[in-house]
Design a binder for this molecule. Structure first.
Ligand SMILES: Cc1cc2nc3c(=O)[nH]c(=O)nc-3n(C[C@H](O)[C@H](O)[C@H](O)COP(=O)(O)O)c2cc1C
Length: 205
């Protein structure tokens, strides 16, 4: 599918066919595209938990303001971000020449170590970029998706046995849409959101 069609067709779907399954092959296809998402220093902060088990989906629904789509979707993806991703720098730069690796590892540690706010910003930023890749890749594969932040992060972390180093970023429900989509809601004009040269500049007409 052309990217412009993907962007126009993707919607936040809330009604799913509970009988449609998502296979491991589909997941492999999806995540092999998602892993190409860019990240700061290529640290790839994203970690995903895929839930297809009916009992776990029901438990997640309870932890997500009782939002029905969490139980009815074929798969619920919990996108998480790794707070201590800077500790993976050695592995990520393992193919680089020794001197380059040492320089990169030192730079990355200097940037993030002992800086919890920066770590969290980056985990959320990388996780969010990966989440968007996931939704566009799913659209391209004919799979409907919906992002959700309406959940209790502590309860979701507990249910999924997330280690403390992983922060839930967003939940994405995947599956086959049933019913019609409501019209797309209001979007600000380009003039309101795109400013030329400085924020005091003209809005894009
Ligand atoms: C970070 C984020 C959190 C969201 N949380 C929820 C949610 O908890 N429940 C829900 O029904 N929709 C949720 N949405 C969907 C938005 O309401 C939806 O994207 C927006 O209304 C635009 O609709 P569209 O994606 O169909 O264009 C969320 C979207 C984002 C990006």
């Amino acid at each position: 599918m052309e990217f412009r069609d993907i962007a126009q067709q993707r919607r936040s779907v809330k009604s799913f066919n509970p009988n449609r399954a998502i296979t491991d092959d589909e997941l492999r296809d999806l995540f092999s595209l998602v892993k190409l998402t860019p990240s700061s220093f290529n640290l790839q902060h994203w970690r995903f938990v895929v839930v297809r088990d009916a009992k776990m989906k029901a438990a997640l629904r309870k932890a997500s303001w009782d939002q029905e789509q969490v139980e009815k979707a074929s798969a619920v993806i919990i996108v998480t971000g790794k707070l201590n991703a800077h500790e993976d720098a050695d592995q990520i730069f393992s193919d680089a020449p020794d001197k380059t690796r040492e320089q990169m590892v030192n730079m990355i540690h200097g940037f993030y170590a002992d800086k919890p706010l920066k770590q969290r910003d980056e985990a959320i930023r990388s996780g969010s970029l990966a989440a968007m890749s996931l939704m566009y890749a799913a659209t391209d594969m004919g799979i409907a998706s919906g992002p959700l932040i309406g959940f209790d992060p502590s309860e979701v972390s507990r249910l999924l046995s997330l280690p403390k180093s992983l922060v839930p970023v967003v939940m994405i429900v995947l599956g086959e849409q049933v019913g019609d989509m409501r019209p797309r809601a209001h979007r600000f004009s380009l003039a309101e959101t795109v400013k030329l040269e400085s924020y005091a500049g003209q809005g894009l007409q």
